[in-house]
Write a protein that binds this ligand. Structure first.
Ligand code: ADP
Ligand code: MG
Length: 697
């Protein structure tokens, strides 16, 4: 069957989407559900019962036997518990049933999910509740129902509830602004297109490396003779095996209604990227979870392994996720679209300036939203944006803002036509911004691209932050403008004030340079280099007030989330350190001993002959012994350092300790092991090297 057969039939074929609903639901029920989905109106009671029944019939036709409430606990991944549709009858048979109640509410045991001290284990009850704004879908033989997750006493235990709340506050405040421009729209949603980077390696290789299996990244590995220096991989020809993988991945995603659009090779060998077409933030978040899951599942079927870790290999680029962000109305207007003449487009300028101001005011919170142990390997490591948050605007918008600040007219040309000097080539209008790959927060034509996210993380956290901080500034703007007698004058004054006060965060240059680090310090921009230093700011007065003001998190919920994030950091590094120790002691050490024995045996045999030169064997033995000595010592140091970690009081102190003491000890051990790898015979080395893993055919 040709691969492109029936793509349009295939697309969304496993999704209970509005097309299916329209066909299967009575008109008034469909209309009511649509109102809930599109306008955030509360669900009417009788609706759930009818929807549940239609959903079940549809799911059964597609082979489903089970349903599950699918939720996103604070672990950043998804959770599910499957229940069969079966219901026993008196004659000893079963019928397949699914009630409105079962659709709306589930009661999973909440005690084994992180709560950061919010909920004691004896109060184990948790609730999941249907989120009608993200479609249900079928995976395997199960109907998946997107839900939120909270505790018996109402504390939020997931990532979706705060995300929905943040979308709500953005909606409210953006509508206030639009009203001032005479636009009475029903809803403003944030839209997200999340580009996903990943590595694909052979499963055979993956299985031989406990570090990849247990931690997702290589903890040892000398630099291969060839890395990414030839710059041939980015956008390079996609090898056959990978192309087949991508084809199958696309088909899986399309059937789930996920519009996988772009695919290409990335900078590092064996690294790739896919980007879906943007959609509303809630759906984009669910979709990204499915994308990551299917990337791994499909890899398995192709004897490959998909690595989603931020830094699977030292010395080659790591993986991130680019969160393309904009806001749009239910009438289809993109609020970050500058239009033909941005300088005159006051509405656009308000949304633009609000976003810039939000990033400046809450840059710590944005940094915190991407702080994980894995991402610490990337941010600021000359391959990804630094830990300093700044905004790239490009020449044209910078000129527009300059003119707002100074009151002088804009000097830049509005549209620039690209003429290539070849008559047969079409002319085209070039973009308002060039690309600046180094900026953490870049305006790219009609959206902002937040580039600091780690490849492995849920996009919920960063978008809870983005939505809330932009909503916060929009709300301040609306407070001022709603009171104004002369609206035009008030808008001009507000824009000028905002540009002046926030220009410090705008930076169009090279974010990877050392000069920028110094310049940013002079500008007073925070530089929270590591996860523990960033997380320490999570519960700052400013942040607690922000999330409280918009009813996203209570102070208790903030504290619990901080605890969870710190614990996650500690656990991650702890597992990595323990894995290193196991590999060092049980795999590398024996290999070195065996190889040394071979060298020493040769040395002895040669010596026995008499007058043969044994300098080479002697030198090699000495080298092995010296490096092995350092290696064994580093094992001991790491072990002692790790053992002392529990003496720290509180999660923050312990996280700091792991960052400042354990990670450097891990670094020392790795250095010694990698040096040994370079001189121990290949056949003795216990696991595949970087070369073996990265350059397969
Ligand atoms: P690049 O690699 O140049 O950043 P891509 O085409 O790979 O570009 O990704 C751009 C992403 O931005 C896509 O996911 C696209 O759907 C998304 N995008 C485009 N317009 C918007 C918008 N208005 N809101 C959110 N995301 C958008
Ligand atoms: Mg991009």
């Amino acid at each position: 069957m040709p691969i492109n057969e029936n793509v349009s039939d295939l697309f969304g074929s496993k999704v209970f989407n509005s097309g299916v609903m329209r066909k299967r639901l009575p008109k008034h029920i469909y209309a009511s559900l649509l109102k809930t989905m599109k306008e955030d109106l509360p669900l009417e009671e009788n609706v759930a019962e009818v929807v549940a029944n239609a959903m079940k019939d549809w799911a059964l036709e597609l082979g489903a036997t089970h349903y599950t409430h699918w939720f996103q606990p604070m672990t950043g991944i998804t959770a599910e518990k499957h229940d069969a549709f079966i219901n026993p009858t008196e004659d000893g048979k079963v019928i397949m049933e699914f009630s409105g109640k079962e659709l709306i509410k589930g009661e999973p045991d909440a005690s084994s999910f992180p709560s950061g001290g919010l909920r004691a284990t004896f109060e184990a009850r948790g609730y999941t509740a249907w989120d009608p704004t993200s479609y249900a879908f079928i995976k395997g033989t199960t109907l998946y129902i997107p839900t939120i997750f909270c505790s018996y006493s109402g504390e939020v235990l997931d990532k979706k509830t705060p995300l929905l709340r943040s979308m709500e506050t953005l909606n409210e405040n953006a509508k206030r602004i639009l009203k001032l421009f005479g636009k009475d729209v029903k809803k403003v949603t944030t839209t997200i297109g999340a580009e996903q980077e990943y590595f694909l390696v052979e499963r055979e290789m993956f299985k031989k490396r406990k570090d990849l299996i247990l931690t997702g990244r290589t903890l040892f590995g000398a630099k291969p003779p060839k890395g990414q220096e030839m710059e041939t991989h980015y956008f390079g020809k996609i090898r056959g095996r990978v192309a087949n993988y991508m084809d199958e991945l696309d088909r899986e995603l399309w059937s789930l209604g996920i519009s996988s659009k772009t695919r290409h090779n990335e900078v590092a060998p064996a690294q790739h990227e896919m980007a879906p077409i943007f959609t509303n933030t809630n759906v984009a978040t669910d979709n990204n979870q499915l994308i990551m899951e299917f990337m791994q599942r499909v890899a398995y079927r192709h004897d490959l392994a998909c690595l989603l870790h931020e830094k699977p290999f030292d010395g080659v680029n790591g993986s991130g996720k680019h969160n393309n962000f904009s806001m749009s109305t239910d009438t289809g207007e993109n609020l970050l679209n500058p239009g033909d003449n941005p300088a005159e487009n006051k509405q656009f300028l308000i949304f633009l300036c609000a976003t810039i101001e939000a990033v400046y005011k809450y840059s710590e919170m944005l940094r915190i939203s991407v702080a994980t142990a894995g991402n610490d390997h990337r941010l600021g490591a000359n391959e990804a944006p630094p830990a300093i948050v700044s905004v790239f605007l490009g020449e044209q918008l910078t000129a527009v803002l300059k003119s707002i600040e100074t009151g002088e007219p804009v000097t830049e040309a509005k549209d620039l036509v690209m003429a290539l000097g070849v008559k047969s080539l079409p002319k085209f209008i070039i973009d308002a911004t060039d690309r600046n790959r180094t900026s953490p927060f870049a305006f790219t034509g009609n959206k902002f691209e937040f580039r600091m996210l780690g490849s492995n993380q849920s996009i919920a956290g960063p978008n809870i932050t983005l939505n809330t901080i932009v909503a916060d500034v929009l709300s301040d703007y609306a407070d001022v403008l709603e009171k104004a007698d002369d609206l035009d004058a008030a808008i001009d004054a507000l824009l000028q004030k905002s540009v002046k006060e926030n220009k410090n965060v705008v930076f169009n240059g090279n974010n990877y340079s050392d000069e920028w680090v110094e310049e940013a310090a002079r500008r007073g921009l925070p530089n929270l280099k590591t996860t523990p230093t960033a997380l320490a700011e999570f519960t700052s007065e400013k942040n607690v007030a922000l999330f409280g003001r918009h009813n996203i998190f209570t102070p208790a919920e903030m504290e619990s989330r901080q605890t969870i994030l710190l614990e996650e950091y500690i656990k991650t590094i702890n597992i990595e350190a323990l894995t290193m120790l196991t590999l060092a002691k049980r795999e590398i050490s024996p290999a070195v001993v065996t190889y040394t024995k071979e060298v020493v045996d040769t040395l002895a045999a040669k010596k026995a002959i008499g007058s043969v030169d044994v300098t080479a064997e002697t030198t090699l033995t000495e080298r092995l012994s010296t490096l092995f000595g350092t290696f064994i010592k580093s094992i001991d140091v790491l072990e002692t350092t790790l053992a002392a970690a529990h003496e720290c009081e509180g999660e923050q102190a312990e996280a700091n300790y792991f960052c400042e003491k354990v990670i450097p000890a891990m670094g020392e051990l790795r250095l010694a092991a990698d040096a040994l790898e370079e001189i121990v015979a290949e056949k003795y080395w216990p696991f595949p090297t970087y070369e073996d893993i990265l350059f397969y055919v």
